[in-house]
Design a protein around this ligand. Structure first.
Ligand code: SF4
Ligand code: SF4
Length: 394
């Protein structure tokens, strides 16, 4: 196993264990199977284990396995505060203490604000006193490192990143998301600030493996490197120095061993021009089904009415390259649930954006089309309800 450093100089295995996808048996987590898999990963040098309050049964399973095998102090536990459920300072303690008890530990190595998508959520946490709370927890040793996991756009990510002295952060990142969510721009900004970045969804929930289009699968089989689809994804990430740890939700011994092998043999800057060109070819195959040829370059931004043009097109395309649900979910996370969200209906058709688009996209027309697909009536209602809940005062 190879290791990269966290902010305080501790070693983090470049492959982390994502504890969200343990195998279920008879309606609950198969503890024996999860134990074997975790111990195999541990034996192979994986020292970072990521869970969350809301992953059903995950914290208890991880805590039980670590304490039973007496390895709690040999590994790093990362878990998350369900920040969307916090309304006052008291509830911070109540969630945190419950997590400690589930994890059978008296401290958390890496504690994250779970699933931030907008600065307003962080602002709300600050209003309930989280800064003092973090200070207390760090002083008494109950939290070693503080961070956040993120799913909004890169601008908002950087705003949150620069607003506090974070020890680390966690982003969704893979070769298809290079220009969406926090993206390479966000990753590199974290690198400049010396903030370690943990990566989630390296395989886009399996979409860069089993659900690849046939054309992409064929290209992978024929390539001289003889890497598997997963291997291309992992190596693309390990290749980047600003990536500290890549999380993988491993649920078989074979997967643990294979991922450890890849992590052990990957290097920063190991990709050559042919490798980058190959990844581009795969992306092209995946994007063949896209509705708008938007590259996410953002030259059209800012829109005079605040509409997130690339964010809207990205989600619209995802409806056709992945699934309708994935596209609409992505739209809700990255666009519609932001405090400053402006919907396509606000467009005044000034055409300013189109003058700057290197792809000559008829942005005004395509936005209307995208909005229709992304926000059918029942989604509009749902988005309004969630916005009212999320944006309430803390
Ligand atoms: S045409 Fe619409 S989307 Fe484009 S800049 Fe003007 S208001 Fe924004
Ligand atoms: S300028 Fe064109 S290609 Fe670039 S983000 Fe805007 S719409 Fe997409």
């Amino acid at each position: 196993m190879q290791y990269r450093k966290d902010k305080h100089g501790d070693d983090i295995s470049i492959l982390g264990y994502g504890c969200m996808r343990f195998t279920n048996k008879n309606g609950k987590i198969d503890l024996d199977k999860a134990e074997k898999e975790i111990l195999e990963a541990y034996k192979n040098g994986v020292n970072y284990y990521d869970t969350a309050y809301i992953y059903p049964g995950s914290e208890v399973t991880l805590g039980t396995i670590l304490s039973k095998n007496n390895i709690r102090d040999k590994v790093k536990i990362a878990t998350k505060l369900p920040q969307y459920m916090i309304s006052n300072k008291k509830s911070l303690d109540s969630f945190f203490n419950e997590e400690l008890s589930r994890l059978k530990t008296d401290y958390v190595d890496y504690y994250l604000m779970h699933h931030l998508t907008d600065y307003v959520q962080w602002e709300k946490l600050k209003n309930v006193g989280i800064i003092d709370w973090i200070k207390e927890k760090k002083q008494n040793g109950q939290i070693k490192n503080i961070g956040f996991s993120y799913h909004g756009n890169s601008e908002m990510f950087i705003k949150i990143l620069e607003d506090y002295d974070w020890d680390f952060c966690q982003i969704q990142y893979n070769y298809l998301d290079e220009n969406s969510q926090a993206g390479r721009k966000g990753l590199n900004r974290a690198g400049e600030l010396g903030i370690p970045v943990m990566i989630m969804e390296p395989l886009r929930g399996g979409k860069l493996v089993g659900m690849l289009p046939e054309g992409a699968k064929k290209l992978i089989v024929e390539n001289d490197r003889h890497y598997s689809a997963a291997e291309w994804s992992f190596r693309w990430l390990f290749n980047q120095k600003d990536v500290t740890c890549v999380l993988s939700g491993m649920n078989s011994i074979e997967m643990v061993l294979e991922n450890c092998r890849i992590a052990d043999s990957s290097k920063v800057d190991q990709f050559n021009e042919a490798d980058y060109a190959f990844i581009e070819k795969i992306i092209k195959e995946i994007k063949a089904k896209e509705k708008v040829g938007c590259t996410g370059c953002r030259y059209c931004m800012p829109c005079v009415k605040g509409i997130d043009i690339p964010g809207t097109f990205n989600a619209y395309n995802r409806m056709y390259t992945e699934s309708k649900h994935d596209g609409r979910f992505q739209y809700a996370q990255a666009v519609a649930l932001r405090k400053d969200a402006a919907f396509v209906t606000a467009c005044i058709k000034c055409g300013k954006c189109e003058k700057h688009c290197p792809q000559s996209i008829p942005i005004r027309e395509k936005l209307v089309e995208a909005d229709k697909a992304l926000r059918p009536l029942h989604y509009k209602v749902g988005i309004n309800v969630v916005r009212a809940f999320m944006l309430r005062k803390g």
